[in-house]
Design a binder for this molecule. Sequence first.
Ligand code: B12
Ligand code: SF4
Ligand code: SF4
Length: 349
Amino acid sequence: MSDRKNELILLAQSLQIDVLRVASMRLAPKHQDTFERWVGEGCHGEMNYLAGRLADGRHAGTVIPEPRSVITIGVNYYHEPRRQPASDEGAVSRYAVMRDYHKVITGKLKRIARMIETQWGGAARYYVDTGPVLERAFAESAGVGYVGRNTCVVSETHGSWIFLAVIITDIELAPDENTTTLRCGTCRRCIDACPTAAISEGYTVDARRCISYLTIEHRGPVPVELRPLMGNWLFGCDICQDVCPHNGRALPTRVEDFKKIRIGEAVLSLRELLAIADDAQFLERFAGLPLTRTKRRGLLRNACVVAGNSGDLSLVEPLRELIGREADELLQEHAQWAVGRLTARPCQC
Ligand code: B12
Ligand code: SF4
Ligand code: SF4
């Protein structure tokens, strides 16, 4: 068994995977309980696929006939901090400024799965985000790291700047123990720093309040009461990781695809975004990046919110141009909100 694990580790290293560990199929009850409670309380917002998974009873144990082991991997994506955006710019979270990690990591998982299937005659199903699998829970169980109050898996070597992925196989592999001594202790910096109060005391994030969800997953209008709290985040949010003391030790990524930062210093000009007139222009600028997930409509909606929060009156004109040009009601409403917020005069009485 350990020979096979060693072979897996060697292959992983050659694929620039930073951590490969094995979890048993059985998770501690806290994980499934937390997930069920979280969905039950509606914290998943419009991510109906998460509720659907619960309703259908799909989980890691149902994806292949006789699952025996969960191979969990972690890939470091850390790169230097972004420069502070100017008042007419917005911030993009670290993970989204480089090639889409789903594509990059899927390539690596395929190679591992092929080895399991062709050399060992085993079955293997792999997931990065897309499957009915609690990736953080398996990563914690395998000892990739521990789950912090911000709910991220924090590793000893890379902090929480690691993407996770899993391969479920019917090959028997000895599970690794979780030996990490990292803990949150009395720290609650992420809870205090979260601008929208999305992080609960109980190690969960209410997606409906999370800027990452609001800017990426949520499709309709951003709730008006949350807009002023979203600051300058155009896509995703890194605040609860930036403030984490365990993230001080992060080293830059080794993955070539993640080294090529495709967005100038992880900030984007709001003026340029507001001027993107159609999908072709949008794709020309962002193809291959995670940013395409929101489509043009979502990113321009977010740009309006950030412009409204900017206090920069020079953005009123590009916003008015957008209002004059756009037929889309969602964009009209967000641009109008932004103009209203920028031009509102403080009460003189
Ligand atoms: C839905 C989703 C989101 C949602 C909801 C996030 C959330 N915290 O639930 C939104 C859109 C908000 C989101 C945001 C982000 N996400 Co996301 N997301 C997912 C996804 C697809 C499912 C997560 C899920 O099931 N959530 C439901 C909750 C209940 O489960 P959970 O977060 O796994 O939490 C478990 C632990 O809390 C655990 N637990 C462990 N210890 C303890 C202790 C106690 C006391 C308790 C009660 C529970 C508990 O129980 C829970 C269930 O197992 C995963 C991929 C996957 N398939 O797992 C990526 C994933 C979690 N996301 C990821 C990333 C990178 C992000 C962002 C950093 C992106 C960004 N920069 O904007 C932010 C971080 C926000 C945050 N603080 O979580 C990474 C996390 C990597 C890591 N090191 O942890 C993942 C694993 C994707 C990947 N393949 O790498 N995400
Ligand atoms: S990603 Fe941002 S909004 Fe979401 S929980 Fe973390 S700090 Fe709060
Ligand atoms: S900021 Fe503090 S409380 Fe939050 S995850 Fe990091 S160590 Fe834990």
